[in-house]
Design a protein around this ligand. Sequence first.
Ligand SMILES: NC(=O)c1ccc[n+]([C@@H]2O[C@H](COP(=O)([O-])OP(=O)(O)OC[C@H]3O[C@@H](n4cnc5c(N)ncnc54)[C@H](O)[C@@H]3O)[C@@H](O)[C@H]2O)c1
Length: 348
Amino acid sequence: MRSGFRGMSRRLLVTGGAGYIGAHLVIDLLGAGYDVVVVDDFSTGHPEALVRAQRLANRRCDVHRGDVADPALMARALDGVDAVIHLAAYKMVGESMEQPERYFRNNLGGMASLVASMVSAGVCRMVYSSSAAVYGTQPNPLEAIDEDAPLRPESPYGLSKAQGEQVLDWMVQRRHWSAVSLRYFNPVGAHPSGQIGQPPAGAANLLPRALHALMNPGTASARLSILGTDFPTPDGTGLRDYIHVCDLSRAHLAALDALDRPGHQIFNVGTGRPHSVREVVAACQRVTGQPVPHLEAPRRPGDVVCALAAPHRIQRALGFEARLGVDEMVASAWKWAAQNPDGYGRVT
Ligand SMILES: NC(=O)c1ccc[n+]([C@@H]2O[C@H](COP(=O)([O-])OP(=O)(O)OC[C@H]3O[C@@H](n4cnc5c(N)ncnc54)[C@H](O)[C@@H]3O)[C@@H](O)[C@H]2O)c1
């Protein structure tokens, strides 16, 4: 049993607990002895993810199906809760450029409504899922970004995350809340059981697309497109800071301990190690023993050359450090993809 979140009854509400990151987190929270309540509207998450998470943890959680912006539902879900971990949001940067109003309504509107429900329920602690997307393009994009960098979101999604943090600034200042914002870099990988992972339908990022290409070698439309090979990087492809979803989940448990302190603490969650697109493709080939069918294509407008976390603040303040490397990210995602080629829809 963990010592964290001291002096409280340890009942947590996880919004978005049926999603990719949320389901991993629910396993860890249940395993650490927390009582867990989940609110999820299953807009992108899956009930089956929660069924499996509870089975893997060998413990139950309370599940409320619905929108975090529904005050009546939230009044029920927040009953007896000590802190909220707020993951529920839409997360596709490209989609947010096409449909900004959906992102403002769900991400910003959801946050505003959740905060009001928490005030009504007397709950004043939150761990918030923020994103590296709040940083946008920095003056020296090849340098690691620390938390004091100016926020320059370049999409409605990034703006919604930055404004969620600002909502927390005000709740801390005016209502004396304790809050922790975690700015995730690039979460990838899957649970070591192979039972929980990122469903291919929701995946816009490199690793799931590379594995999809690997699993469908004869399908031209499944080939991986390497978007941009003329970036000013050693191999010409973009650099990202990938973090294993299991490491990311652990960062939330560390963040819960930080809720003992008043104020709004903001942390990057990454490894501090950059990997290029070609390096990830090479890792996929190394781990699976198969070549990744791919083609090279021009850059997408808006893609940044590099997004690399300076991970030192969370190391110093919370003692959190990512442990898992790229091969473990690929191997776990490959196991999940091979066992669940259609995500949670069809189980082989
Ligand atoms: N996965 C990433 O690459 C990444 C990177 C940075 C930040 N984040 C943030 O992490 C959080 C979780 O991301 P994820 O990858 O698990 O995404 P996901 O889409 O798998 O999970 C989001 C969950 O929230 C639920 N949800 C969405 N809107 C809701 C609402 N209004 N009410 C109730 N439930 C709702 C969905 O059904 C889903 O289960 C999000 O806030 C996202 O912005 C994700």
